[in-house]
Write a protein that binds this ligand. Sequence first.
Ligand code: PRP
Ligand code: URA
Length: 208
Amino acid sequence: MNVNVMTHPLIQHKVTLIRSVETGAKDFRELLEEITLLMGYEITRDFPLEDVEVQTPLVKAIGKQIAGKKVAVVPILRAGLGMVNGLLELMPMAKVGHVGLYRDPETLKPVEYYCKMPTDLAERRIIVTDPMLATGGSASAAISLLKEKGAKDIQLMCLVAAPEGVEVVNRDHPDVRIYVAALDEKLNEHGYILPGLGDAGDRIFGTK
Ligand code: PRP
Ligand code: URA
């Protein structure tokens, strides 16, 4: 299985808090944003740098600045929205595309209902966000859609993943790097991740 599990102690601590059934929507949203920011710090580690001249109050010096591709953050609606602000805090110039998919509760297959992307996807590094990677159907469909629209450099960032979902994305999109804060045990008979954290969209937005 090809997946990067982010083991930083702060991430692991916050994942435990966010799993708890006692955590309400406000705290859930705040924790999700904090975890996303910490994960974002890790997944941008390979950004290339270039030298740039900087005038300090005293002398001219050579500093570093980020070079290379610009970024687009693409949340899978709805729950992926909860991971956008953490990344925008780190990369305020990133563009944001949206893919609307919901999982049919009977078939567990993804149903597309919305798509709005930046026009220059092919020139950007794309970070797809969704807290939950369960069967992998939604993430795989979203990535296929992005590829149809020209995306070539894609990272998938999830909070909690099931092994089944990782395998589906690895199989369908071996070029896509997957980053998760937790790799859980399995899916239950309704396609929910165990131990998981329940329905991420409902917990973010207070619905049921
Ligand atoms: C959840 C979650 C993922 C999907 C994961 O979304 O946010 O998008 O399920 O399941 P999968 O890996 O089996 O496809 P949901 O369909 O509940 O929609 P929501 O975000 O609007 O709540
Ligand atoms: N979607 C969720 O929100 N949670 C799960 O456990 C599985 C799919």
